[in-house]
Structures are given as C-alpha cells and as structure tokens.
Design a protein around this ligand. Structure first.
Ligand code: FES
Length: 148
C-alpha cells in the first residue's frame, strides 16, 4: 500500500464514523413534547360551539363557578355569572388547565402557571396567553355560543 492508498482508506473510514454519529444524533435529538393541538377546531374548521344548558352534559354551566371542556376549549361561568371560554391546553406543555372560581383564574396543575379569565398570563412558566373565544348567551333558548 502506498501513501495515497493509505490516506484514501483512512479518509473513508473517518468519514463513515462521522456520518454515523451525525445520523444517530440527528435522529434521537429534539424535543418529544407534543405541540398543543388547535382547540375547538374539530375537523379543521373554526370553533363554533353551541351548548344548550338544558342538556345534562352542559349542566356544570348552570351554576356560577362551574366549568366544562368541549372540543379543546374550557368553558366556565365565573362566580359573577359571566361566561368565559379559552383554549384548555396550557401554552407551556399542553396540560389541561382548570378553572379556579374562587381565584377567578385558570390554573395549570402541571407546573403552576396561572392565567386571567381573558387568557393572559399571570405567572409562568407559560409565557404565552391561552387563546380566548367569544361567548354569547341566549336566555330565551338557554343556549351558550362559543366562537372565534
Ligand atoms: S404545562 Fe402548564 S405550566 Fe407547564
């Protein structure tokens, strides 16, 4: 083996090792945290929920302080009787938030983020607000609409 053959063989060997390490690192790296899904969109359309409060499934909203989840949205009735609706997935890592009626806020039980009822951040680690939805209540039909 002459010098040129030796260098050629060593170069191919080193290249193969570097390529193997790169491919291993690239395939195992990254954040495995799933991105929060877009709430309330169902089959990809815009959120347009209609909840009849006469239905047992929506009974939690008959009382002040009650809340429920529907299609990725947490819908609550504050202690003052106001309806609110925001995305239920915490903007930190996607955990489902809860409505804290006494504190008039939304709380994430995973790492302790808190949000105002308009979805804005009170404290992190979440750094982004929860998406807010519009609510309108028709007392004649006892129906709450939640839209974007
Ligand atoms: S997932 Fe909500 S604070 Fe971390």
């Amino acid at each position: 083996m002459n010098r040129q053959e030796f260098l050629s063989r060593v170069g191919i060997g080193v290249g193969a090792i570097v390529l193997t390490h790169c491919m291993t690192a690239c395939s195992s790296g990254g954040d495995d945290t799933p991105a929060p899904s877009t709430p309330g969109t169902g089959s990809g359309g815009k959120t347009n929920l209609s909840l009849n409060l006469n239905d047992a499934a929506n009974g939690a909203l008959k009382q002040n302080g009650g809340f429920l989840y529907k299609d990725g949205v947490i819908i609550a009735r504050t202690k003052d009787g106001e309806f609110i609706a925001v995305a239920q997935a915490c903007t930190h890592q996607g955990t489902t938030v809860q409505f804290d009626a006494a504190g008039n806020r939304l709380h994430c039980p995973n790492h302790g983020s808190n949000f105002k009822i308009d979805g804005s951040v009170i404290n992190g680690p979440a750094g982004s607000p929860l998406k807010k939805f519009k609510t309108s209540f028709d007392a004649a039909t006892n129906t709450l609409k939640v839209t974007e």
